[in-house]
Every structure is written in C-alpha cells, then in structure tokens.
Design a protein around this ligand. Structure first.
Ligand code: EPZ
Length: 426
C-alpha cells in the first residue's frame, strides 16, 4: 500500500491552483446518459472517482474518452445495458447517480444495493422514494434495486433530508419526465447548481437550482453540450487549512470565495487572515490558531467534507473546541489517528471536544476515507518529525497530486510506493 511521508515544520508559502469540483463532475458525467448526443466536459480532474464513474458509463455502453488536459467527452448513443456493475458501485457510492438518468432515458435501471462506507451507512432511500413518486416501479432483491418505468411523470417531491445525491438524481430524472416536477427541501450545494447549468445547456427547463425549491418542466429530449465545472471548494478549503496550520502564506488560485463562506469565517475566528480577490483566496496563518466551535450542516452551513481538515487545525489551537458532525453518523474515524500524533480529543457520538495541544508529533497513521486522509497530511505538515500516512488510495479519489502541490508550497512531502506490491504487480 502506498503511503505519503510528511516531514513537519515548514511554513507553506506560494501559490496553488485547484481543479474542477469532483462533486460536480461525477453527476455531470452521469447526466450525459440523458442524451445520445456528445457531451464535452472541461477542467475535469484525473481522479480515481472520475475514472470509476467513467467506467460505469462504458459498461453501460457509452463512449467515454479522457483527453488531455482535463477534457472528457461522452456519447451515450446506443446503451447496451441498464445495470451499474457491482464491482464499481461497491467502490463508489456516487455510481447511484446513474439511476435517474437511466430511468429517464431507457425506462429501466439495475443498481446494486449500496454497501456502507467508512463514514456511515449512507442509504439511498430518498433517491428511491423520489423516483417512485415520478412513476418508477422499484423492487429490491438479491442485492439489487430493479427499476422500470414508462415515461416518468412530473410530481411534487419533498426530501426528508436535503440529500445532495438524491437532489441530483431526481433533478436529472425530472428533466425528461412528462409535466412539471417540484423538488422541495432540495440540497443547495453549488455542485447542484453547476449540474443544473449543464442540464440547461442540454435543453432542460430548470428554475431554482442551488435553492431549497427546484422547479423542472420536463421536455421530450435533451441534446449535447459543453461545460466547464466550477472549482473544487473542498480542495480549495484543504489548501487554505494547510496555510493556517503551518502559519504560512498561501494563495489558492481559482478558489471561489462565495462557495467558502463558512470555511473563511471559521479560519478568521482561528486568527488567520483571509484575503479574497477575483482570482482566488489568500490565507495567512496565525502563529497559533485560536479555538473555535464548528457544526457541520448542509450547504450553506459548514461543509462536512471540511470537518476532518478543520479538526487537524484545532488540535493545535490555544484552547478547547467543540466539533459537531450533523451530516454523517460516523465521521470521526480520524480521531484515534490524531491521538496517535499527540492530539487530545474526546469524541462521543456526533460531538468531539478538541483540547488544543502546543505540538503534535509525527507518527505512522492510516487514512480511513478521502477527507480524513487529507486531514492527516495536514496534521503531518505541522507535526514534529515524520508522519507516514497509509491508505493513499483514499486521497487519490479526491485530490490530484496532493504531494506535488504541497511540495510546490515548500512542504517536505513524498509518496513512497510499496515496493513489495509494485514488484508483485510487475
Ligand atoms: C455528497 O454525498 C458528496 N459526494 C459527499 O462528499 C458529501 O460529504 C455529501 O454530499 C454531503 O455534503 C458527492 O457529491 C459525490 P447526501 P451524498 O446524500 O450525496 C443521508 C467527498 O468527500 N441520506 O447529502 O452521498 C446520508 O446517509 C464526499 O467528496 C439518507 O439517509 O450525501 C448522509 O447521512 C464524501 N438517505 C446524509 O443523508 C438518502 O437517500 C447526507 O447524504 C441519501 C442520503
């Protein structure tokens, strides 16, 4: 298993640029199933999750090509299958996003029941409930959802929870449904609005994406389009915390400050200086962060995907902080890893009390999921000595060349390939 080796103590300085948003790109690739014309997507980060959903579409019969640099073209002409393969869905829950488009385009879809994952059970009951309300007949059996429908019919849908994935799946399904669909208590994440921007270019009629109420007027068919994804606000936030935790001075190019209000507010409370301009965000870190409290909420609240990274910063704060994780029921897997580095944290259910310590010590630690892995690298940047972060494959799902980008800012970071594994696989 590869690992990232971080030697702490360097202040990060310089400029780093963030790529297109992973959580925009994944639903956009699924949206290409809604038409038999070509869809061109630009600024696509070469991430494992992007390759996975691209492979799902290829297995369905779509022609998916990754061009350099960062352009993906998709033509879902003659789809040969309606089944999202188990081995790929198991790897990435976001594969469920093909269900709405397949039902709208083909009238049938077969999807493995979602397994759990490191951060919680993560069911898709809200997706299923909404698709049934649009007229789909969906049965579960033998580890799969089998769905079929004639032409979907618009309806008024209320989401019990503003689920990002459910909003995106239902939004895509509704674009080809007969009549009007209204999604209430919809997710307001910027990635939902970005997906809607692509769908509108394809001919969909959508109002209110990015707000709590989305109105869709179904059309007969959608056409091809070209679109550039918005910048990745979580990748941007991760590098902003890297500046803060090392007392550095970093300009994060392409970061859209308006998507980062809660992160900027909390960094400022911790004593960082955050300067926004049209091209990005500059963060000057404090000598020692002040303690603050963080509660994760659906957008526009503090993003759960920034919770582990912010906890890393708060482990070194001058005081105690309370972190409340309201989105996922098990997103404190990074706590014991931080404790191995000398952090003092009491986690109980969805609340963690972080008692700031003056220093962390480098240690071998294990990434349990994508954002926990990034958080451990951030802690390693500030720790004394060397931190080996195992489980780099988690990081590769959401960060392009994190070690190279951090090195360009002056960090001592290297990726060490597992020679034994490499020998075996050669
Ligand atoms: C998206 O996941 C993101 N992934 C996640 O980012 C992010 O953490 C999450 O939204 C919340 O912001 C992508 O966009 C690909 P949800 P998603 O449906 O859609 C429960 C990352 O690191 N729920 O909003 O799966 C669910 O269990 C990833 O990039 C149901 O109960 O998130 C969870 O507790 C991690 N039933 C909560 O809602 C459902 O049908 C939020 O889930 C759907 C969700």
């Amino acid at each position: 298993m590869d690992r990232i080796v971080v030697t702490g103590g360097n202040r990060l300085e310089g400029r780093v640029a963030v790529a297109g948003a992973k959580n925009s790109v994944l639903p956009m690739i699924a949206a290409a199933l809604l038409t038999d014309d070509q869809v061109n997507l630009f600024d696509i980060p070469p991430l494992d999750d992007v390759f996975t959903i691209g492979e799902v579409l290829q297995r369905l019969g779509a022609d998916v090509r990754l061009h350099q640099p960062g352009t993906v073209t998709i033509r879902a002409g003659d789809l040969e299958s309606c089944e999202a393969p188990y081995d790929l869905v198991r790897k990435m829950r976001a594969s469920a996003l093909v269900m709405g488009p397949l039902l709208a385009r083909l009238g049938r879809a077969k999807l493995p029941l979602p397994g759990g994952c490191a951060i919680g059970s993560r069911p898709i009951d809200l997706h299923i409930k909404g698709l049934r309300a649009l007229g789909a007949i969906i049965e579960a059996g033998h580890g799969f959802f089998e769905a079929r429908a004639g032409r979907l019919r618009g309806n008024r849908l209320y989401l019990d929870y503003p689920s990002v994935g459910a909003t995106e799946n239902l939004l895509m399904a509704a674009t080809l449904a007969e009549g009007v669909t209204v999604i209430e208590n919809a997710a307001e994440e910027p990635e939902v609005a970005d997906l809607a921007a692509l769908l509108r270019k394809m001919g969909a009629r959508i109002l209110g994406a990015g707000t709590k109420v989305i109105r869709v007027e179904g059309v007969e068919r959608l056409g091809g389009a070209s679109h550039r994804a918005i910048p990745d606000r979580i990748e941007a936030g991760t590098y902003m915390v890297a500046a803060a935790i090392t007392g550095g001075d970093v300009y994060v190019a392409n970061a859209m400050a308006e998507h980062l209000d809660p992160v900027i507010a909390k960094l400022t409370e911790c004593g960082a200086l955050v300067i926004e301009d049209a091209g990005g965000v500059r963060v000057v870190g404090p000598d020692r962060p002040r303690a603050t409290n963080v509660k994760t909420l659906p957008y526009p609240g503090f993003p759960t995907d920034m919770q582990p990274q912010f906890m890393a910063l708060l482990t070194l704060a001058d005081g105690s902080s309370v972190i409340t994780e309201t989105v996922f029921e098990n997103r404190f897997m990074h706590v014991p890893e931080f404790e191995r580095m000398g952090a003092e944290i009491i986690a109980d259910g969805r609340t963690a009390i972080v008692k700031g310590v003056p220093r962390l010590s480098g240690a071998p630690v294990r990434a349990t999921d994508l954002r926990a892995g990034a958080a451990l690298v951030l802690a390693g940047l500030a720790a004394e000595g060397e931190t080996d972060v195992w489980g780099v494959h988690h990081l590769d799902r959401g960060y392009v060349n994190i070690e190279g980008k951090l090195r360009s800012l002056g960090a001592k970071v290297a990726r060490v390939e597992d020679r034994l594994l490499a020998r075996r696989s050669s």
